[in-house]
Design a protein around this ligand. Sequence first.
Ligand SMILES: [Ca+2]
Length: 431
Amino acid sequence: MKKVIYILLFGLTTGVFNAQSHPNIVFIESDDQSNQALGAFGNPSMVTPNMDTLVKEGVSFTSAYNMGCWSPAVCIPSRTMLFYGQYLWDSQKINKKNAPISLPEILKEQGYNTYMTGKWHAMGNHPNDIFDQTGSILAGQLKTYYTDKGHATDLVGHEAAQYIKTYNSDKPFFVYAAFNAPHVPRQTEQKYYDLYPTNKVELPPSVADDSPLNPNIKYNYTKAPLKAKTMKSRVQQNNAMVTHMDERIGEILKALKEKGMYDNTIIVFMSDHGISFGENGVAGKVCLYEPSVTAPLIIKAPNIAANKRINERVYLQDVLPTLLELADVKTEANFDFQSLNPLINETNKARESIYLAMFDDQRGIISNNNKLIIYPKTGDVELYDLEKDPWETTNLKDSKKGKKEFKKLHKELMNWQEKVGDTVNLKFIKL
Ligand SMILES: [Ca+2]
């Protein structure tokens, strides 16, 4: 104890704990990357050595959820929730005039230099108004990846790496590098496609060839009947885009190493949400099935566990308060999302349940590995045991277990509705 007090006093008197006491932060976000598109998350066919390194050296969350959407561009809700920390229902009210303080502004207040390059797709203020400096600001939906400054994936990687390599300030930095990859239009070089020949692509058991489209999903980006061949081709393109991006992530990590900053920088990697390639009759992302609604989340930071995998269910946007705590940044801003540090440090458990909502036509809840999906417009109900059936292939609604679980989950769903101000009528839904 004496030693701790001495270090604290020494720090105060010598000014060791000035602006330098906050670590640098590199926050890398990808676009529409599911958990299946990352090698270390359990897909050995993926070539993602740099993301795999982050998994090995950090804490990864294998069941991190995007709460949902009010827009078919699911990116917008996901990123708005991330930057302002409010749940879906308050986030959708955010505009330029009423925007709460955002992540880069909070860090700037604490003495950070803030920089972003890449995709911007959130409500509220323009990046030029909330970051000190910006590189190329890219659209939410690119018409083509081939810009006049090169491939968008290369551009974002090069710009982020360049910012780090040429950084020359006593202040800590926050770099937000937002790749458009692997979002459509999926365009990359042949050498990346060649890594994933379509005859080697394996689709999960929830993809049925020549199957009808899921009637409850409005935004379904394929023709009926759904073809396995088409889905394999999309998976190939998607995975090629991810490997290309992984190389650029490697460039960013290399820049940190060359500056001697790698070990003392907080590095976050996440995607805004996942995507479905035919699972449960869906090609797209506006649904509550696991491949679409979950995405990778990895945090590597000084003084936290390495190679730790947390399977408990969290929200992707829980990373906001987590990151601020890890950087020892104090703020008076209130967040709906919760810090993951108690879970990382094993001092507390995850939430009792995860609530999910897409427009007014899909609601979901997951508790104790049981997942209920309700489609209020049709009254359809699906119930899955995610432990035994992670691909959601067997609807348990007519089983004894299903009937019992429905009551509990339905009640929990209504509790969440009250808490967040969700007015969609679910009372009439029965089994
Ligand atoms: Ca997205």
